[in-house]
Ligand binder design. Structure first.
Ligand code: C2O
Ligand code: CU
Length: 462
């Protein structure tokens, strides 16, 4: 089992499997979700269509939108020619529904199916994506939004817009660069695309009116790109990070930075007048680029609303007691220009050169790739602290499956609940969480090429 572990994020290991004869017909047969190759007009008109992999023919995949407390049921039918799974990023699920090959389920072979079914306890903005050979499967388009609406006190808004931010690495014929294991990318900042999109459009536009209030659900679905964002012609408040409501809305006064897999729920009021434009702006090295345009078309018939109030908190997230916590420090090492000299790969000590030969560039707590023993074993209800030292010259987006954490801030205060933390080069940060979801949970960098080349650990809750 262990020998195959690296395969699910790293690349193509063929798994022979017999196609199912066909699911039993039941009145309650779940809706099917099928990843398969399609072509999509991604690049501007005049360019050929791009061959992508998509759920139900759409990338991003179909929006799954449910009420809080509802049951999500989907039958994954694998229409690819390689195994796959679906991970429901950020939502609390029973371990067996988490979609991590070899850790929580067997990967679904081509033509086969797997039924995902679980209740969704938390309102907020989540997403789903493939978790087998993730750099390639996510990079080719296998991801979509998962939106859970508040059971009560939903905010007063005029429109609810999901904005899936992504980038693609395309060649001159607008086709996806097929090598997802380029050492130069994996050992640096990861695979950064040359074509940036919002909801798979390079020119995403939504007409608005002055004084409208929009809920923008931003999701960074890119393999590795960090999005620094700003608002223009819009007054904004952050109301949730990674699906979890803030106790108080935070007025947007500086740039918003989103690492891979992170989400931000924004409430924005259109301040630009009729004929003007409002924008979500991406702050690139060469200046501001339009990430989403909001032309103000209709004559204003609205008046300005009072500032927004907080979203209702999600139930049952304990705060934890730091004093009695189990503390497990973790150092991130490796990458280009790093100081890593050796690490354990599949349980065997290797020098950095030999690691490179195995496609491993990074280590966490001295280990590259998944090992038989978890980084942390916690008992149910225990508080866990992980001080993280990023001893590399690259940022990393650390994601914990199954549970949200808080950042332990310098003064002992706790940051907002998150499931993915962006850690800058050479930075030290600390997270704490209550181990309240039993099972084996992956803890990895969401720069997917980093995960595939070493940055994976796991946490066991018993
Ligand atoms: Cu969205 Cu294991 O990740
Ligand atoms: Cu990383």
């Amino acid at each position: 089992m262990r020998a195959t572990r690296r395969a699910f994020l790293g690349g193509a290991v063929a798994t022979a499997g017999l196609p199912l004869i066909g699911p039993a017909i039941a009145a309650t047969a779940p809706k099917v979700i099928e990843p398969k190759p399609v072509s999509h007009q991604l690049a501007p008109d005049g360019y050929p269509k791009t061959a992508v992999w998509a759920y139900d023919g759409a990338s991003p995949g179909p929006e799954i939108r449910l009420g809080q407390g509802a049951r999500l049921e989907r039958r994954l039918v694998n229409g690819l020619d390689q195994p796959t799974t679906i991970h429901w990023h950020g939502i609390r699920v029973p371990n067996g529904m988490d979609g991590v090959p070899d850790l929580t389920q067997t990967a679904v072979a081509p033509g086969e199916s797997f039924d995902y079914a679980f209740d969704v306890p938390d309102a907020g903005t989540y997403w789903y994506h493939a978790h087998w050979a993730s750099p390639e499967q996510v990079g080719r388009g296998l991801h979509g939004p998962l939106i859970i609406e508040e059971a009560e006190s939903a905010p007063d808004i005029d429109a609810d817009l999901v904005l899936a931010l992504d980038d693609w690495l395309l060649n001159e014929a607008a086709q996806i660069e097929p090598n997802f294991a380029i050492p130069m990318q994996m050992s640096h900042g990861g695979r950064i695309g040359n074509f940036v999109t919002t909801n798979a459009r390079h020119d995403f536009t939504q007409d608005v009116q002055q004084h409208q209030r929009l809920r923008l659900r931003l999701i960074n679905m890119a393999n590795a790109r960090i999005f620094p964002l700003a608002l223009q012609g819009l007054d904004g408040w952050v109301v949730a990070y990674d699906g979890m409501p803030l106790a108080q809305p935070e007025k947007v006064t500086s740039e918003l930075v989103m690492g891979p897999a992170q989400r931000i729920d924004l409430l924005v009021d259109v301040t630009a007048a009729e004929g003007g434009e409002a924008y979500l702006v991406r702050l690139d090295d060469d200046g501001g680029m339009v990430q989403a345009a909001f032309p103000v078309t209709a004559r204003a018939s609205l008046t300005r609303r009072p500032d927004p109030v907080a979203l209702p908190p999600n139930p049952g997230h304990a705060m934890g007691t730091l004093g009695s916590a189990q503390t497990v420090p973790m150092k991130i090492e490796g990458g280009a220009m790093g100081r890593l000299s050796r690490a354990s790969v599949e349980g065997r000590e290797m020098g950095f050169r030999e690691m490179i030969g195995q496609g491993q560039f990074w280590a966490m707590a001295g280990q590259a790739g998944l090992h038989d023993t978890p980084l942390v074993t916690a008992s149910m209800g225990e508080t866990v602290r992980i001080p993280i030292e990023n001893d590399t010259v690259f940022p990393h987006a650390m994601h914990l499956h199954g549970m949200h954490f808080r950042e332990v801030l310098g003064d002992g205060a706790m940051g907002p609940m998150r499931d993915t933390l962006l850690i800058a080069a050479r930075e030290r940060r600390e997270i704490a969480f209550v181990a309240d979801n039993p099972g084996d949970w992956l803890f990895h960098c969401h720069m997917l090429g980093h995960a595939a080349s070493g940055m994976m650990q796991w946490v066991r809750v018993v």
